[in-house]
Ligand binder design. Structure first.
Ligand code: 5GP
Ligand code: MN
Length: 328
């Protein structure tokens, strides 16, 4: 059967023209993304960085804290830095997949730097403090927006750029398993493979097998799992002591909350992890048929994200008493 291709994502052509002019005029550019960056954050960051460098721009690729090691195979990974020159010395900043500017760790600099900021994001809760904001909540990944946008900004999708963007799409769709996988997403992925994305390298690195520490920490989370029969919330907690005893890295934690969300008794899942002394990260997941918008829960705690996957950070410690776990 011949089917017309799915409609492409649309962005405001006036914003595209403005962004194109800004990029043309700018030489020194900072590109940034959110703290605890994931595959879409780093795939988008490096896709844009590599494309801009190919256009002879002087680019600083910034993340507020170190990216996961399993993404080291991506071009430009070793050039990622966690400090930037004063923004007054650059011409333009780009914030990608960040949801809220403060999550880049550069909010004050970005807003007070008197330099234009272009935001590109697929979070429905994205703030629009940037000079130009391409916020496309129907996109499965920020990398999906970039696949259409980069050529319009006169940036070439080389095989290296395509590998970065496809990594973003594959990680943010859970390898095309999440509900955000549409024909449009699959067509975008196919175009990236056509442009030379190294699908084999991506899958080899992303599914390189789970380390012993990742299995151990997943085991602890499963052991602690409870389901509230009224709210149908699956809850588990990981303390700082758990992380230390299992010797986990940040990447060992990715996927744990998805695992909790697979049980049929639950409509949505919450994993509370004591990522630092006095700091708790909440990760929320739901399923399309459960119709629970977890981003509203995340927003209640000052976070954000998507309807089916969102998160937040709060100050506190995890303590256990006879009634179970609570945040203190
Ligand atoms: P994860 O649970 O995998 O860290 O995050 C799931 C989704 O929620 C991602 O799209 C992520 O960007 C978003 N998210 C996670 N933590 C926060 C947060 O502290 N603030 C906001 N605004 N979004 C978050
Ligand atoms: Mn994303």
């Amino acid at each position: 059967m011949n089917r017309p291709p799915a409609a492409r994502l649309s962005v405001d052509p006036k914003d595209v023209a403005l962004a194109r002019d800004l990029l043309r005029e700018s030489q020194r550019i900072v590109v940034t993304t959110h703290r605890h960056p994931d595959g879409d954050a780093i795939g988008s960051l490096l896709g844009v960085t590599v494309a801009l460098r190919a256009s002879q721009k002087d680019v600083t690729a910034h993340t507020p804290n170190p990216p996961p090691e399993f993404l080291r195979f991506l071009p430009g990974f070793s050039t990622i830095t966690h400090t930037v020159a004063p923004l007054s010395t650059v011409d333009l900043a780009l914030a990608l997949d960040h949801s809220e500017l403060h999550r880049t760790g550069l909010e004050r600099e970005l807003l007070e730097g008197r330099r234009p900021v272009i935001a590109i994001d697929h979070h429905a809760t994205a703030d629009r403090k940037a000079s130009i904001a391409f916020v496309v909540p129907e996109a499965a990944a920020t990398a999906e927006i970039l696949e259409g946008l980069l050529p319009e900004l006169e940036l070439l999708i080389t095989p290296e750029v395509a590998t970065c963007l496809l990594t973003g799409i594959i990680t943010d769709t859970g390898s095309f398993q999440h509900a955000n996988t549409s024909t449009r997403v699959l067509e975008t992925a196919a175009r990236l493979v056509e442009r030379g994305a190294d699908l084999h390298a991506i899958t080899a690195h992303i599914f390189a097998g789970r380390s012993l520490s990742a299995l151990r920490i997943a085991g602890r989370a499963i052991e602690r799992l409870t389901v509230n029969p009224e709210t149908k919330m699956a809850l588990s907690v990981l303390t700082k002591a758990d992380l230390e005893e299992c010797g986990v890295t940040a990447e060992d934690l990715t996927g744990v909350v998805n695992l909790l969300n697979t049980i049929p008794e639950a409509s949505f899942s919450l994993l509370l992890t004591e990522i630092e002394e006095g700091k708790i990260k909440g990760s929320l997941r739901s399923e399309p048929e459960a119709a629970v918008d977890v981003s509203s829960i995340a927003q209640h705690f000052g976070g954000g994200g998507h309807r089916l996957a969102s998160g937040f950070e709060v100050a506190g410690r995890l303590v256990r008493d006879e009634t179970g776990w609570r945040v203190e």
